[in-house]
Design a protein around this ligand. Structure first.
Ligand code: PLP
Length: 393
């Protein structure tokens, strides 16, 4: 029997993640230094792990409210109010999810009718385009450029708006470029959203990880935007809690209610242990976040300086934990560069093309790995580049 023909038409053409595909190769090799993974190298801070253990000890192993435990929703509303200056009602406007991944899926499924167009800036997180397709939407990438610090402009978005445009996805600081956004440009984008009646999914998962005092502004705070923004955030990155699979969405009650219907029937509720750990993160996790941010900043400074010294032009990213150097001077495609570096020098980076067509010519180097490992990786990358030029063998 040809099982393929049973698979839904919109699922069949979706490619597997370019990152996962690449890491299949890495897994079969030894002694590889990986700058490829998009997750903190730090273990979850001990007080947060302890809260999870204590939660289990207390027998807190039952379903919670579908929206999430009330204590956690209260803490989320307080945290978002304090750090982002947006007021949400914890009773009706906050939903706890299985990571930001689930929150993105819920929001898209709640908002899209078949054929609706979703704009998003690219290069971007690998799940955006497939998630849109899985929700029967049409992905409309808006290319960003290194020359603009990878900031999407209102002008570029405006050029892609059609009568079918419904949603705009934003992610600042950005995976994979580390780009951030200015208040001025966000204000222009906000005006555009109001004019064209777009809903914004604002993925702010890296917002605690900004450097050199860079200001993080949520578009939800700008005039006319709270009512049309789904604010997405989680614990994976800043609190080093990827394996807990916990995040949240905040939005006006009718939108939260719509997301809740999908969450209720598909997931029921996020894991109770993870919810208790998340509560501890919000209440007492700040010192650990500050300490990790300090380490990321030192690594960022080193890796960006090293890449530029190697002749791989790289902007100083103001957020997240990725450097995104331009590798076109080597004459290789991003995939050729990444595969060559892996096979010859055992350093894993991710080809920029995995993040959309406009990522071609770049590779993503995560600095969520120790400074010692980064130093070895840069040495090996230097050898690789010199050998490519034919004068270092
Ligand atoms: N959004 C962005 C921009 C990401 O980079 C990631 C993970 O890499 C996610 C969402 C998914 O995060 P979570 O672990 O909360 O599902």
């Amino acid at each position: 029997m040809d099982s393929q023909r049973h698979i839904a038409r919109h699922v069949r053409p979706i490619p597997k993640s370019g990152i996962r595909d690449f890491f299949e190769v890495v897994q079969n090799m030894t002694d590889v230094i990986s700058l490829g993974i998009g997750e903190p190298d730090f273990d979850t801070p001990w007080n947060i792990r302890e809260a999870a253990i204590y939660s289990l000890e207390q027998g807190r192993t039952h379903y919670t409210s579908n929206l999430g435990a009330p204590a956690l929703r209260n803490a989320i509303a307080k945290y978002v109010g304090k750090h982002f200056d947006i007021a949400y009602d914890p009773q009706t406007e906050v939903i706890v999810t299985v990571g930001v991944s689930e929150a993105i899926d819920l929001a898209l499924r709640a908002l899209l009718n078949p054929g609706d167009e979703v704009l998003y800036h690219e290069p971007c997180y690998v799940s955006y385009s497939p998630s849109i397709v899985l929700s029967h939407g049409v992905p409309v990438p808006v290319a960003t450029r290194a020359a603009d610090q990878f900031r999407v402009t209102a002008k570029a978005i405006a050029q892609k708006i059609t009568p079918k445009s419904r949603v705009l996805m934003l992610n600042f600081p950005t995976n994979p470029t580390g780009g951030t956004q200015t208040r001025e440009e966000l204000a222009k984008i906000a005006k555009l959203c109001v004019k064209h009646d777009l809903v914004v999914l604002s993925d702010e998962i890296y917002s605690e990880l900004t450097y050199d005092g860079a200001e993080h502004v949520s578009i939800a705070t700008l005039p006319g935007m709270r009512e049309r923004t789904v604010f997405l955030h989680g614990f994976s990155k800043a609190f080093a809690m990827t394996g807990f699979r916990i995040g949240y969405a905040c939005a006006p009650a009718p939108l939260t209610d719509a997301m809740m219907k999908i969450h209720q029937y598909g997931i029921l509720c996020a894991a109770s242990t993870a919810q208790d750990a998340a509560l501890e993160a919000l209440e007492n996790g700040a010192p650990a976040v500050d300490a990790m941010r300090g380490k990321y900043q030192a690594r960022r400074n080193f890796i960006v300086r090293s890449l530029n010294d190697l002749g791989l032009e790289c902007l100083l990213p103001m957020g997240a934990f990725y450097a995104f150097p331009n590798i076109t001077s080597t004459g290789l495609s991003s995939r050729e560069f990444s595969l060559g570096l892996l096979k010859k020098k055992k350093v894993a980076v991710v080809p920029g093309s995995a993040f959309g067509a406009s990522g071609e010519g770049f590779v993503r180097c995560s600095y969520a790995t120790s400074l010692d490992e980064i130093k070895i990786a840069m040495k090996r990358m230097g050898e690789f580049c010199r050998e490519l030029k034919g004068n270092g063998a």
